[in-house]
Design a protein around this ligand. Structure first.
Ligand SMILES: C[S@@+](CC[C@H](N)C(=O)[O-])C[C@H]1O[C@@H](n2cnc3c(N)ncnc32)[C@H](O)[C@@H]1O
Length: 244
């Protein structure tokens, strides 16, 4: 069969995790975040990548800590990585256009301009804040799921944007379960978006994962959200530890 849409919708999954820069407004939609929730207590953004969510949220009074293994890089190194990754993401979007839905933001070029703008703001903020000589870990912490360097209950809310489920081709169910448990160790509520992979396909082991988590006393529910990058409906997983 040589149907173009079918071919492009069968694109290879991405085999090396892409570092992207979704902006603050995208986060608000992905995670159904209102201002009261943002201001209710410290927020953990993991994996934060080159997003400007944290700095924009801090500008309205929120406390946000961003985590990504990339933050062990000095600003000039990270800047080069982010520029390369923007190009890699752009190539991918151009190769498989039928996979995506950018209609809500004026098409692909307008969307890429948003990502570039967010990445530039992030890089400026990172350059100012990445190193704290006084030992304070600051806004940007180099770490990787499923192990976080924070005390139990350090945050009011944990966000996991575009890592779990997105890279189901790279991480197994045990890794996903360990990552959700670790996020819930440091925050009573965790929101994870999306529940699909880089091709927009639903995570095949979601039911099994949620059963496993339920056996550990973790309540999970899927909520519909306005945000979408791929064609089709979009959901966010909300997990809470019922035993606290
Ligand atoms: C697709 S980007 C998401 C960036 C941003 N949150 C966004 O939505 O645009 C995924 C990020 O996950 C980071 N990452 C990779 N492995 C990780 C891990 N085990 N724990 C936390 N972050 C990880 C990568 O460095 C990358 O920046």
């Amino acid at each position: 069969m040589t149907d173009t849409a079918t071919d492009t919708l069968s694109a290879e999954p991405i085999h090396r995790i892409l570092t992207t820069s979704r902006d603050h407004a995208e986060y608000r939609d992905m995670f159904a975040l209102d201002e009261a929730t943002l201001l209710a207590g410290p927020v953990l953004d993991c994996a934060a990548g080159a997003s400007d969510f944290a700095l924009r949220a801090r500008a309205v009074g929120a406390t946000v800590v961003s985590v990504d293994p990339l933050y062990d890089s000095a600003p000039h190194q990270l800047s080069a990585t982010v520029v390369d990754e923007l190009e890699r993401g752009t190539r991918r979007a151009a190769q498989v256009p039928d996979l995506y839905d950018f209609s809500w933001t004026g098409g692909l070029d307008a969307y890429l301009a948003r990502r570039r703008h967010a990445a530039e703001s992030f890089l400026d903020d990172y350059a100012e804040n990445w190193s704290r000589p006084d030992g304070d870990p600051g806004h940007y912490v180099a770490a990787a799921l499923p192990q976080l360097p924070f005390k139990d209950g350090s945050f009011a809310l944990g966000l996991v944007p575009n890592l779990l489920f997105t890279y189901a081709n790279l991480f197994d169910r045990a890794w996903h379960a360990a990552s959700v448990r670790e996020m819930l160790r440091v925050a009573p509520e965790v929101r994870i978006h999306p529940v699909t992979d880089t091709n927009g396909r639903p995570y095949g082991e979601l039911a099994l994962l949620l059963e496993e988590l339920a056996a550990d006393g973790i309540d999970s529910r899927l909520i519909d959200v306005d945000y979408r990058l791929h064609q089709g409906p979009s959901q966010t997983l909300v997990c809470r530890s019922a035993r606290r």
